[in-house]
Design a protein around this ligand. Sequence first.
Ligand code: NAD
Ligand code: DAU
Length: 352
Amino acid sequence: MILVTGGAGFIGANFVLDWLANSGEPVVNLDKLTYAGNLETLKSLQGDARHVFVQGDICDRALVDALLHEHRPRAIVHFAAESHVDRSIHGPGEFMRTNVEGTFTLLEAARAYWSDMAEPAKAGFRFLHVSTDEVYGSLAPDAPAFTETHGYEPNSPYSASKAASDHLVRAWHHTYGLPVVTTNCSNNYGPYQFPEKLIPLMIVNALAGKALPIYGDGMNVRDWLYVTDHCSAIRTVLADGRLGETYNVGGWNEMPNITIVKTICAILDELRPSEAGPYERLLTYVTDRPGHDRRYAIDARKIERELGWRPAESFETGIRKTVQWYLDNPTWIANVQSGTYREWVATNYAVR
Ligand code: NAD
Ligand code: DAU
């Protein structure tokens, strides 16, 4: 049994599906179901005894303690977070609470649980913290990609909260010996991503004939990884990562935002042509995000060299699959847009 936090969100839910498909080991999934949590994504697991869903907050120490003692997981994989940079700019409070206080609460609960474990289970226990490349700050155009030794220079409330959580995880290993590993990953894309993030927002807006808002000059660069490749990296690090280490995860796939959006437009022109004309007609340059980091790029050589992990998906195939997934799943999109997805837990899912 493993405990996954945030397993109803974009990456967490993809991870739960991927984990159960690959290993079959049961999962207890603790998720608060904020606006970003969507159990409809996990509907294929209804009635599957290997998946135990618990709606709850990672800041709730009594609940986390109870789950650890009831389910005796051999690992915690910690995804739960507030994840959207724009939301962190407008309202940073929840980011501090979930990302910092929530990680602290989990670490303390994990420490108490792990301290009481008997060998050999104790030696095998892992706390895997899922983090982001944004903690390293912004790269100059010609600077080498982020390695694991790059200094922390977070620039947004979101990245500052994730940086703080990374430091807590490091300290709990250094001071208490808690067996932790951390992954710092680049931008993910793929099925089930909430349409507030760049790629799903552009697909969904284009299909609705709405403006495609490009922040600033559209030349900010991100490094993109298909979500199932992130899932396989996490499985790899959980299995073989060295304790106390951090592993950068990325697809060697840097691209300016405008190139991404034009690529999406071209794929849609081919797969779902619009009578109104090419989708690029909807491109709209808007005011920039405050403090907008110019460039992120991940040097993934450590995880490749030490653990033999490589991404399976190229951007060309991954973006095409992603656009096709959104075309094939209009109900998932409609339920997210109408808010109906929030009723899923009450109407379609047995909680615990
Ligand atoms: P998401 O916003 O889609 O999902 C977050 C999930 O956490 C949701 O299901 C939400 O309900 C849950 N949650 C939020 N607050 C909670 C709380 N207090 N208690 C319990 N559950 C809570 O996020 P995502 O994009 O899937 O990201 C998952 C993790 O991966 C985050 O830690 C994020 O920082 C990290 N990450 C994301 C990306 C990316 O490109 N999306 C890249 C690198 C790292
Ligand atoms: O780098 C990893 C991070 O990637 C994760 O840690 C975060 O959780 C995740 O949200 C993502 O952060 P970004 O800020 O890079 O993602 P977002 O999709 O919000 O934006 C990607 C780029 O596109 C960024 O440069 C801002 C730009 N953008 C975004 C939106 C939503 C636009 O130009 N227009 C938009 O409407």
